[in-house]
Design a protein around this ligand. Structure first.
Ligand code: CP
Length: 332
């Protein structure tokens, strides 16, 4: 099986065996990284990373991965390129395809990002990798899956994962992390409960697809608007804000809509994963967060810094899965 030349915009476009291969290669590369082995599977290869938004983990994991595997990553932003002057996705894709071996893009603009990535992919002759868009964040989801397997072993069937909307004020967080998780986790045997206030739903088409995935895998995917109910007896707890786009005024200039969304958000200040709430989960439950976390709003320090927290393993695994994915898509 080869993934060479494939795009990664959503893991839902990959079959289970392909994802298992990516996990296997990532685990192997992690073991070799720990041993200090020099690997040059991407020697002289170039990845173009185009960021429309800020990033700590995605930027540094991919750039470090390229360097460690003997290649190079260009750390670009839309305003470093002619994108800001309106250069078309087609021209950008065609030109970069003549110069390197991979294009990675982060564009989370609501109802724009995923379309932009697909348009680039349509015209690109080299793999296009999502570094997060408004709908999906595949690199986060696969790192999460690998982290869960490390902590719970290969047999993760029947684990209960609570994916919880949480209050935040730092910045508008896309839907892409919880959406990628609900699409992926049930395929690998986990039962997922999503807790969110009615005003902050996930995309209907994604929920529909995720329910189909769960049915096919004979797992559960359920939704509730009760945070405590969602967290009760969970093995894994993932508290994270999503979807407050209009609250952050860059997303819309409709003042009425902004006001309404701000009120919705403020009404749910109590959606926080604190110690009392976390204690409803199983005693040895793990807390995960893709980071950056809005500490004190989404989740309290005593939960995030507790022995149950695996947030830094999760962040570290962004490197190992980036190495695995890049080697598979851009290697040879
Ligand atoms: N989790 C994640 O994608 O982090 P960054 O936004 O820092 O890349």
């Amino acid at each position: 099986m080869s993934l060479m030349g494939r795009n990664l915009i959503t893991l839902d476009g990959w079959d289970k065996q392909e994802i298992e291969l990516a996990l296997e290669v990532s685990f192997d590369l992690k073991r070799r990284f720990i041993k200090g082995e020099i690997i040059e599977s991407l020697k002289h290869k170039t990845l173009f990373m185009i960021f429309f938004e800020q990033s700590t983990r995605t930027r540094n994991s991919l750039e470090a991965a390229m360097t460690q595997l003997g290649g190079h990553a260009h750390d670009l932003t839309s305003d470093k390129m002619q994108i800001t002057h309106g250069e078309s996705p087609k021209d950008t894709a065609k030109v970069l395809s003549r110069m390197g071996e991979g294009i990675a893009i982060r564009n989370c603009f609501y109802q724009i990002g995923n379309r932009y990535l697909n348009e680039i992919a349509r015209h690109s002759d080299i793999p296009v990798i999502s570094m997060q868009d408004d709908v999906y964040h595949p690199l986060q989801a696969i790192a999460d899956l690998l982290t869960i397997m490390e902590h719970f072993g290969d047999n993760i069937r029947g684990l209960k994962v609570a994916i919880l909307w949480a209050y935040a004020t730092t910045h508008a967080k896309p839907l892409s992390v919880p959406q990628s998780q609900i699409l992926l986790f049930p395929r690998f045997g986990m039962d997922v409960v999503v807790g969110h206030p009615d005003e902050f739903p996930l995309q209907e088409d994604i929920v529909h697809k995720a329910k189909r995935n769960a049915e096919e895998a004979r797992t559960e995917l359920i939704f509730t608007n009760d945070m405590d109910e969602a967290i009760r007896d969970a093995d894994i707890v993932i508290p994270k804000n999503w979807g407050g786009f209009a609250y952050f005024e860059e997303y819309t200039d409709d003042e009425e809509h902004n006001r309404e969304m701000k009120e919705n958000l403020e009404r749910h200040k109590d959606w926080i994963c604190n110690g009392k709430r976390f204690s409803l989960a199983k005693r040895d439950a793990r807390v995960m967060h893709a980071l950056p976390a809005d500490r004190g709003n989404e989740v309290t320090d005593n939960v995030l810094d507790s022995e149950n927290s695996i947030i830094y393993d999760e962040a570290e695994n962004r490197l190992h899965t980036a190495r695995g994915i890049l080697e598979l898509l851009m290697g040879q």
